[in-house]
Design a protein around this ligand. Structure first.
Ligand SMILES: NC(=O)C1=CN([C@@H]2O[C@H](COP(=O)(O)OP(=O)(O)OC[C@H]3O[C@@H](n4cnc5c(N)ncnc54)[C@H](O)[C@@H]3O)[C@@H](O)[C@H]2O)C=CC1
Ligand SMILES: CC(=O)C(=O)O
Length: 308
């Protein structure tokens, strides 16, 4: 599997590094508006390969993406402390107009994997500009938020996050929805599991976990300027699901025909991901409050995208 990465900054390079370590690609090509920077990142990542899986890590201009099966889009600006993801929209939409033309010329058959924020609207933008089917333009969406949610539930229950299935839905951003009603630990509703291990999920616990997920990016950006490890691993996970035709269920964003009465909106739901991109979309069990919140998130995203 040949994977391109456009935008070799913190997120793009972390994705390349995670891919090299996890063994999800035979070739990784980094592209950036600064070729010298992309070359330096590629050389650095290539020095991890002897400790991981065989893989060529290169840098180049857009032409070097020829033959790529998948291209990660991580170019553009990132939030500064206190800024919301949505505030990046017009700047990153301009960047995508250039980037997608370059990618499509070199690798017209590649699946696009969008990371740049605001990721749901950028997924919508990427799909519109590229003209590709929605199933082949995937935003990382809430894959990161779902990982944060699973980690915090697992920490409370004293188990591994791998034993927790829980999704964050809607926007990757302030209006996201933590789907407690469908959260499971060891196949049981998390409340039932919690009662068995004497770790009740009280309203205080829910509020703490909600804040831990929803405000994670703000806290990390305040502390170190940006986030990259979590999303780098999440992007590598999506690439592996596609490359291995794994049909894994991941919460990712694509333009979706209808969500809670809102049409043609890009947001995250659990989706089956394999060789052709998104193969199916699932609608998890939600409480009334969660459905209302998902509708509001969808309406906000649709409204913002249609004003672009
Ligand atoms: N989806 C998610 O969960 C997450 C998304 N992000 C987003 O990812 C994006 C990248 O963040 P970072 O890597 O931290 O930023 P960064 O500033 O470290 O890297 C961005 C890179 O894009 C390149 N670039 C800018 N314009 C370009 C163009 N026209 N053509 C080619 N390359 C161009 C820059 O030279 C730079 O190397 C941001 O929009 C950020 O908000 C960040 C963390 C999580
Ligand atoms: C920056 C960002 O989108 C995140 O870490 O969630």
């Amino acid at each position: 599997m040949k994977v391109g990465i456009v935008g070799a900054g913190m997120v793009g390079s972390a994705a390349g590094y995670a891919l090299a370590l996890r063994g999800g690609a035979s070739e990784i090509v980094l592209v950036d508006r600064s070729l010298a920077f992309a070359r330096a990142q590629a050389e650095d990542i290539s020095h991890a390969v002897p400790f991981a899986h065989p893989c060529r890590v290169l840098a180049g201009e857009y032409g070097a993406l020829e033959g790529a099966d998948m291209v990660i889009l991580a170019a553009g600006v990132a939030q500064k402390a206190g800024e919301s993801r949505l505030s990046l929209l017009s700047r990153n939409a301009d960047v995508f107009a250039q980037v997608i033309a370059g990618v499509r010329n070199a690798a017209p058959d590649a699946i696009l994997l969008v990371a740049s924020n605001p990721v749901d609207i950028m997924t919508d933008v990427a799909q519109r500009i590229s003209g590709l089917p929605a199933a082949r333009v995937i935003g990382s969406g809430t894959i990161l938020d779902s990982a944060r949610f699973r980690s915090l539930i697992a920490g409370h229950l004293g188990i591994a996050p791998q034993s927790v299935h829980a999704y964050v839905l809607g926007e990757h951003g302030d209006s996201e929805v933590l789907a407690w009603a469908s959260a499971r630990a060891a196949s049981q509703p998390v409340e039932r599991f919690a009662a068995q291990v004497g770790a009740a999920i009280t309203q205080d616990v829910r509020d703490r976990i909600d804040d831990g997920v929803r405000r994670a990016a703000y806290r990390i950006i305040e502390g170190k300027g940006a986030t990259w490890y979590g999303i780098g691993a999440g992007l590598a996970r999506i690439v592996q699901a596609v490359g291995g035709d794994q049909r894994s269920v991941l919460s990712v964003s694509i333009v979706t025909p209808e969500v809670e009465g809102v049409s043609d909106v890009a947001l995250s739901l659990p989706r089956v991901v394999g060789r052709e991109g998104v193969i199916a979309t699932l609608r998890p069990e939600l409480s009334g409050t969660e459905s209302d919140a998902l509708r509001r998130s969808a309406e906000m995203l649709k409204d913002t995208a249609s004003r672009l």
